[in-house]
Design a protein around this ligand. Structure first.
Ligand code: SF4
Length: 277
């Protein structure tokens, strides 16, 4: 059996940075809280909690003098305002690429564009982008764009969640263009996502099977799996290194890739186990 481990795997830049910030904060302060997951990987989040960072879902109950980490996917502006009003120390671990999307969304709105975000409606990153503008709209795909006709300004500014596929984004923009006189599109798919999306196509075409490794909460892992499945019926989404290697013994070649928040060690362990075959 031949094993092909993707060139672009392990933590992306934004995830690495968020973990580093969380570790440094844990070493420096006490009373540290985070709203939601620092990154979308259960094992990583468990380690973060063990370092003393407490997870909370509501901002109301934070004690005076707390330190609050903002997760890699970012937050709406109102979260910052609430934390500032409570006089808490904000430690911002938002990925700079997500921060840049926030800035671009606000600039579009200031220039009079109706901001349209192409992304998963319930994903933290998309909600964070929406919360950076006053009147944004989220569209998941071109069918949503079609439903909008008549309810949208003639001047629209479009950007997207960083982990979208170019295919979905361009199809949605194409549909939107039918409903607006002026459309300004900024491609905000991040570079680590693009590189992995290109690589998954290559691996899915050349290998008998492909393993996509990452949390079920991870948007970029989900898209890698969807892209692989289109090309290769033997695409499997697995969430950890705990695989039954015999399930894969029938394949002559296997490609392995991870989402942006999957540790490279997990992929290396899977590679070792399959190599034993
Ligand atoms: S996937 Fe892209 S936007 Fe998300 S954390 Fe990584 S680099 Fe940042």
């Amino acid at each position: 059996m031949k094993i092909y481990l993707a060139k672009h795997c392990g933590f992306c830049f934004g995830v690495k940075r968020a973990i580093k910030i969380a570790k440094e904060t844990a070493a420096k302060y006490k009373n540290i809280y985070i709203k939601g997951d620092l990154v979308h990987n259960e094992a990583v989040c468990k380690k973060i909690e063990k370092s003393g960072i407490k997870r909370m879902d509501s901002l109301d109950k934070l004690p005076v003098g707390s330190n609050v980490i903002i997760k890699a996917h970012g937050e709406p502006l109102k979260t910052y305002k609430t934390l500032q009003a409570m006089d808490l120390n904000i430690v911002d671990a938002t990925c700079p690429m997500v921060k840049d999307i926030h800035k671009k969304a606000r600039e579009l709105e200031q220039k009079g564009y109706q901001v349209v975000i192409i992304g998963d409606r319930n994903h933290e990153e998309t909600k964070g982008i929406l919360g950076n503008v006053k009147n944004g709209v989220i569209l998941e795909n071109k069918n949503d764009a079609d439903k909008l006709k008549g309810n949208i300004k003639n001047k629209i500014g479009v950007l997207c969640q960083s982990t979208q596929t170019l295919e979905n984004v361009t199809a949605t923009v194409h549909e939107l263009a039918k409903h607006a006189e002026e459309l300004f599109f900024i491609n905000t798919i991040c570079n680590p996502t693009r590189l992995r999306q290109n690589e998954i196509e290559e691996l899915s075409s050349k290998c008998a099977a492909v393993l996509i490794v990452g949390s079920k909460k991870s948007a970029n892992t989900k898209r890698l799996y969807e892209a692989a499945k289109k090309i290769n019926k033997n695409a499997f989404w697995i969430t950890s290194e705990k695989i039954n290697k015999n399930d894969f013994s029938k394949f002559k070649s296997i490609g392995i890739i991870g989402g942006a928040s999957t540790p490279v060690e997990v992929l290396q362990t899977i590679t070792r186990r399959l190599n034993d075959l």
